[in-house]
Each structure stands twice: as structure tokens, then as C-alpha cells.
Design a protein around this ligand. Structure first.
Ligand code: GLY
Ligand code: MN
Ligand code: MN
Length: 409
């Protein structure tokens, strides 16, 4: 496994075979990786261009690395398609994903029809979306994917711990970000899976905060949502911890609620459970917590039914994780029923509570506190496995790190 991609021709071949068997007869067209049995069209080697844009595989190397039957220069794509398409009952292609490809295909079919003006033109193949089948297969990780995610998770966890050690009053969010991402690089991650969120104080209440330019202040919390990529797979972790040495009483009270919710959400990631089971578990505990914190009043069951948590917990709890941070895969079936969690799916569990500084509906001491805790969970027959467990999470473990910071200025 290289840090940039998994290059195992046997694995690539096995995945393609599985997909083609599931799709049935036809021609699969995936922009950037089209196949007949397994033919790849890639940009040819071009030393002059590579000086500017970086290395290309070229057909010969691509054929070897990806285990395909043949590889051609991308310029030959439409000529080869013209030969192969008339013999195919179906073309698997996702319409709408890339309008330029759709346009080119329509032109291609029109040109084919024109060629046959004087006799019956061949019907163009039925076009069918391959994504539902492809996404369902990507949802259940194979060994190579699990290995890549384990490395990405371990690097991500280490980066978060380094960030906890690096944070202190007077530093800027971007300085902590630099320490975290330096650790990602040091451990072999070539890039981040997504843009890091490093949000101190009330910035944590802005879910997609990216400025990362505020100075950290004693007595506040720092929320970091960041993930390292490895071999084309990404981690996705959030930790929230004190800028100073310890949580305040109010911060600790909110943290305990979010942590309790997160642990309940993780426990709910059981093979065959509804895909929304982690969310339901988290919402129940968060709602109970909002009552304990004096934010909501009433019976928990009724408050849950009325979704009264929403002003302070406005996002979902989980998403599939893999090549993409929000990876492909359905959450609900065609009748809008939650899909069961399949074996070797990887999903996040990321509850939070966000009390805006000007929120007059919550006790004063809670205002400006934003806390999210996020881990990556592998669904197995033996129960949920937290891939990112190495990132410190309990109040005791976090405060040990905060109190042990050296060289505080
Ligand atoms: N980091 C993106 C997310 O947690 O969904
Ligand atoms: Mn996430
Ligand atoms: Mn995240």
C-alpha cells in the first residue's frame, strides 16, 4: 500500500469483477475509468506537460498497476467506444454527474445514427446508472480498504493528540492547525481528507468554520475537526478540549452529556441495526442532557418526539466514511426506510451541542460553548470497533495532556 493509493492489481481486478457481475451485461462507462471487460483510458506520458502538472501513469504503467486487460490513451476513447458500443445491450453511465460527458455521448449517438441514414440505425444501448450498485459495494469495505482506513485513523488520532499538546492561551488557531497537520505529514499522510476546522470559543458554534485565525484565550475550549488521508482513504475526527489546563464546571457538564451521547451512538452501531440507530441514540441522550443542563423542561420521550433538541443539535450524527469524507452509499431504501448497517461499513458518530453566545434561551454560563466529539466506527459481527480510539477523549485523559503542556508562554 503506497501512501497515495492502493496499488494491488489483484484487488482492483476482484473489485471490478464483483461490480460487473452485479451490474450484468453491458458496458460500464465511468469518467476517468471506463471499462469494457477492463480497459482503461488514461492520459499518455508527456514529459513536457509532466514538468508542469506532475507525473502521469501513461497506458503501460496503468495497465500493470490497475490490473486491467488493456489501457489506451484517452484520445482513443471515442474511436474504441464506436467499435464496442454497438455490441452492448446496456451502457452503465451516470447521467447528470458531468454535463460535458452527457453532451459528448449524445453527440456520439447522433453521429452513429447519421452514419446509418440509408438503413435502419442501430438502437443506442439502454443507459443505466451504475452508482447504486457501485455505492453499495463501496459501503462494505474489503481488507485493503479497512487497512487503509486503520492507518488514516491512527494518523488522525495522533494529529489530534499533538494539537492538544500544542494549544495554549495566546497561540492562534492556525498555529495549532499547523502542528496537527505537520503530524499528519510526518506520519505519511500526503494530504488532509477535508479542510481542517480549528474553532476556539464561540467559533465552535459555527459548524463550517474555516477561518482558523483567532487567538486562543484561557478559559475557552478549542474544537478541532480534522482528518488525515492515507492511501486514498480519510479519517474524520473531532475533539474539543480546554485551551488552558482544565474544563470549567459548565464546560465539563456539557462535555459529559455529549460524551455520554457519543458512547450511546457508538454502541448503536451494531450489525443489522437501522442506519439511523446512532442518531436516535444520540438524540435521546442529548435531550436528557438538555433537561439536566436546565435548557429544556418536560419528559424526555415527549421532547424527543417533538425534536426539541434541534436549536442546539442541528446536524446529523453519522455519515459513511471511506475514499470520501462523506462517502457514497444509501442511508434509506426506495421506500424511505433506513437501511440496515452492513458488515464492514465505516461510519462516523459525531454528536454535539452548540450554545451561541447570544442565545437567551439557555443559562448564561452555557452561552458560547460548542462541543462536538467524533470518531470513526467499523461495523463488525463482534460489535462496533472504534478505529480512532487512540485520540484522547475522556475528561481525565484530556486534562492530563492540557496540564502537562510545557513551555507555556
Ligand atoms: N468533517 C466533516 C464532517 O464531520 O462531516
Ligand atoms: Mn464527520
Ligand atoms: Mn468531522
Amino acid at each position: 500500500m503506497s501512501r497515495d493509493a492502493i496499488h494491488d492489481p489483484k484487488l482492483h481486478r476482484a473489485r471490478r469483477t464483483r461490480l460487473l457481475e452485479a451490474l450484468g451485461d453491458g458496458l460500464l462507462l465511468l469518467p476517468t475509468a471506463p471499462e469494457t471487460r477492463a480497459v482503461l483510458f488514461v492520459r499518455p506520458r508527456d514529459p513536457a506537460r509532466e514538468v508542469w502538472d506532475g507525473k502521469r501513469y501513461g497506458p503501460a504503467l496503468a495497465q500493470r498497476l490497475f490490473g486491467v486487460d488493456a489501457a489506451h490513451p484517452i484520445a482513443d476513447l471515442w474511436r474504441v467506444l464506436a467499435e464496442v458500443l454497438p455490441t452492448q445491450p446496456r451502457l452503465f453511465h451516470r447521467l447528470g454527474a458531468d454535463p460535458a460527458w452527457d453532451q459528448r455521448l449524445l453527440q456520439f449517438f447522433a453521429a452513429q445514427a447519421k452514419k446509418h441514414r440509408r438503413r435502419e440505425p442501430p438502437a443506442h444501448p439502454v443507459i443505466q446508472d451504475p452508482l447504486p450498485v457501485l455505492a453499495a459495494q463501496r459501503l462494505q469495505k474489503d481488507q485493503g480498504e479497512i487497512d487503509a482506513l486503520r492507518v488514516a485513523a491512527a494518523i488522525t488520532a495522533s494529529g489530534h493528540e499533538v494539537a492538544m499538546r500544542a494549544a495554549r492561551p495566546g497561540r492562534h488557531e492556525y498555529e495549532v492547525q499547523a502542528a496537527l497537520e505537520a503530524e499528519f505529514r510526518r506520519l505519511g499522510s500526503p494530504r488532509n481528507g477535508y479542510a481542517s476546522i480549528v474553532a476556539s470559543g464561540a467559533n465552535a458554534c459555527i459548524l463550517h468554520y474555516h477561518e482558523n485565525d483567532r487567538r486562543l484565550r484561557d478559559g475557552e475550549l478549542l474544537l478541532i475537526d480534522a482528518g488525515a488521508e492515507f492511501a486514498g482513504h480519510t479519517g474524520d475526527v473531532t475533539r474539543t478540549f480546554p485551551v488552558g489546563r482544565a474544563f470549567t464546571e459548565a464546560q465539563a457538564a456539557v462535555y459529559r452529556v455529549v460524551l455520554r451521547a457519543q458512547l450511546a451512538g457508538i454502541r448503536a452501531c451494531r450489525l443489522g441495526a437501522r442506519s439511523d440507530a446512532p442518531h436516535r441514540a444520540c438524540v435521546r441522550v442529548l435531550t436528557q442532557g438538555l433537561v439536566e443542563l436546565g435548557v429544556l423542561r418536560g419528559t424526555v420521550a415527549k421532547l424527543v418526539a417533538k425534536e426539541r433538541h434541534k436549536p442546539w443539535y442541528m446536524h446529523g450524527t453519522s455519515h459513511w466514511l471511506g475514499r470520501d469524507v462523506h462517502d457514497v452509499g444509501a442511508y434509506r431504501d426506495a421506500d424511505d426506510r433506513p437501511e440496515p448497517l452492513p458488515r464492514h461499513a465505516v461510519l462516523t458518530v459525531e454528536p454535539g451541542l452548540y450554545f451561541a453566545p447570544d442565545d437567551r434561551k439557555v443559562p448564561r454560563e452555557l452561552r458560547g460553548i460548542g462541543i462536538r466529539i467524533e470518531d470513526d466506527v467499523l461495523v463488525t459481527a463482534r460489535g462496533p470497533e472504534v478505529l480512532t480510539a487512540a485520540a484522547p477523549k475522556s475528561i481525565a485523559a484530556i486534562e492530563r495532556i492540557c496540564a502537562g503542556r510545557t513551555g507555556i508562554d
